[in-house]
Ligand binder design. Structure first.
Ligand code: NAD
Ligand code: UPG
Length: 451
């Protein structure tokens, strides 16, 4: 099929590249000329494992092209995907201005009947708005063409986006008519061969499904983070609790990790947009208000813990491992690391931070002579008092603890992701502070039992 994708961010570029990879001809359009110029040179503007290979393969083959010219992008297209951003507005709602803008601009240049697919995450009712605006435009233009709007929210995760797209748990499609459902079913058939993963529904339910899924994920994390705080107070270890509770298949082990709060471009903004939608409909979601409060508080946890141990932070040097909001991405949108670093700097500390890919993003938003973004995990620890682990990149999982114990001035690790074996870390000569696993619990665990 001939496809156009409007917006080549994390979702648009992955969608375009993967759909080209199964044989479609895809024209990707973005209004950011710099991004398009880089893509035309074969330079991928974001870090997403495996993406460069899929983009290059298909760009070289001529099935994947990039342009800033909407007319070029949509000519010949049977399906147009809208994958532009829907950032939070001041009142917490999702700003769908770009979606409407992109849809209207695309429709001006169509040269056949098309299905216009909204892939961006949008509040319930947005596709109706797009449909009405587009129909009005077509009438004004006296266009001979028919445009059918459909909803097809995306569920990929950054860091595993290619795999998520190519092996989806589900493909949610909301349509107003059966013809566009048939077309989308055909488009997604390469991913749907043995198990029918396509879940067809009405448009409003499809829009809602995306928010419901992210709200449930966020709730799970906030509940674990709240339980972690209590565990620490009452002398339990949240890691043991997680293993025990997660063994119940109704609960499951996935997405049950206490940490430093959820970040990224989706969970925070989508929970806030859903809360806004609920308030606007006189159906406030009390539970989600708590989920958001717990998450905001959790982002300060590491700073509080470091302060409790070191006291006055002025003149101290803190090593920070991990800046991206999660491993395997360069995305720092709403990253807990930014909250920690800003608090440390405001308290007069110096920060030496390392991340395998996300440092340039942080350099662009925090410009402070007391923040050094260094080239390796070890380098971050040189001259530092303590080490704080914010993002669980693979390369941080098995450090040389004895070297750390010799190098850090006040040998202590603050493990914001509970990735280390607390007993072993302590045996190597470091104090250990995790999330929901107080130091006292760990010490108690190594006291030999006397008969
Ligand atoms: N990032 C994710 O993991 C993820 C996953 C699922 C869903 N989503 C949703 O998908 C949407 C896109 O997210 P993203 O992270 O890819 O965003 P992004 O910010 O990475 O990319 C959006 C792109 O759209 C372009 N753009 C904006 N307005 C435009 C216009 N009028 N015409 C052409 N281009 C325009 C921007 O220049 C940018 O390159 C959002 O609604 C988001 O909530 C994101
Ligand atoms: O047990 C867990 C799992 C995740 N996180 C944190 O939660 C945030 C979000 O992680 P994740 O969901 O893996 O990443 P995203 O790429 O933001 O993906 C979410 O948001 C996307 C955009 O809507 C959806 O498509 C995905 O399905 C949904 O998982 C990160 O800060 C993680 O560190 C935890 O603290 N504990």
């Amino acid at each position: 099929m001939n496809l156009a994708v409007i917006g080549v961010g994390y979702v648009g570029l992955v969608t375009g590249a993967c759909l080209a990879d199964v044989g479609n001809h895809v024209s990707c359009m973005d209004r950011d000329a710099g991004k398009i110029a880089r893509l035309e040179r074969g330079d991928i503007p974001i870090f997403e494992p495996g993406l460069d290979e899929v983009v290059r393969r298909n760009a070289t083959g001529g099935r994947l092209t990039f342009t800033t010219d909407m007319a070029r992008a949509v000519c010949d297209a049977d399906i147009i995907f809208i994958a532009v951003g829907t950032p939070p507005a001041e009142d917490g709602s999702a700003d769908v201005g770009r979606v409407l803008e992109a849809a209207m601009e695309a429709v001006r240049y169509i040269d056949r009947d098309v299905v216009l697919v909204v892939k961006s995450t949008v509040p319930v009712g947005t596709c109706d708005r797009v449909r009405d605006a587009v129909q009005a435009l077509l009438r004004t233009m006296r266009s001979p063409w028919k445009v059918t709007v459909a909803s097809n929210p995306e569920f990929l995760k950054e860091g595993s986006a290619i795999d998520d797209f190519q092996r989806p748990d589900r493909i949610v499609v909301g349509t107003y008519d059966t013809a566009s459902l048939t077309l989308l079913r055909a488009l997604y058939s390469p991913y749907n061969r043995n198990h029918d993963r396509l879940i067809a529904m009405d448009v409003r339910s499809s829009e809602f499904t995306k928010y419901a899924a992210n709200a449930m994920l966020a709730t799970r994390i906030s509940l674990m983070n709240e339980l972690a705080r209590l565990a620490e107070k009452v002398g339990a270890d949240i890691e043991e609790v997680r293993r025990g509770a997660g063994a119940d298949p109704r609960i499951g082990h996935h997405f049950l990790y206490a940490g430093v709060g959820y970040g990224g471009s989706c969970l925070p903004k989508d929970v806030s947009a859903l809360s806004r939608l609920a308030a606007d409909n006189d159906e406030p979601l009390d539970l989600l208000a708590g989920v958001q409060r717990v998450n905001e508080r959790q982002k300060h946890l590491l700073f509080e813990k470091v302060g409790k141990v070191l006291g006055d932070l002025s003149g101290r040097t803190i090593a920070v491992w991990g800046l991206a909001f999660k491993p395997n991405t360069d995305d720092i949108r709403d990253a807990p690391s930014l909250v920690l670093i800003r608090e440390l700097l405001a308290a007069g500390a110096r920060v030496r931070a390392y991340d395998p890919v996300a440092a340039p993003g942080v350099a662009a938003v925090i410009k402070d002579p007391d923040l050094a973004l260094v080239g390796s995990a070890r380098d971050a620890c040189l001259g530092a008092d303590v080490l704080v682990v914010v993002t669980e990149w693979r390369e941080f999982k098995s450090p040389d603890f004895r070297w750390l114990a010799k190098t850090l001035n006040q040998p202590a690790i603050f493990d914001g992701r509970n990735i280390y074996d607390a007993n072993y870390v302590q045996e190597c000569g470091l104090r250990y502070f995790g999330v929901g696993r107080g130091e006292t619990v760990i010490e108690a665990a190594v006291v030999p039992v006397t008969a």
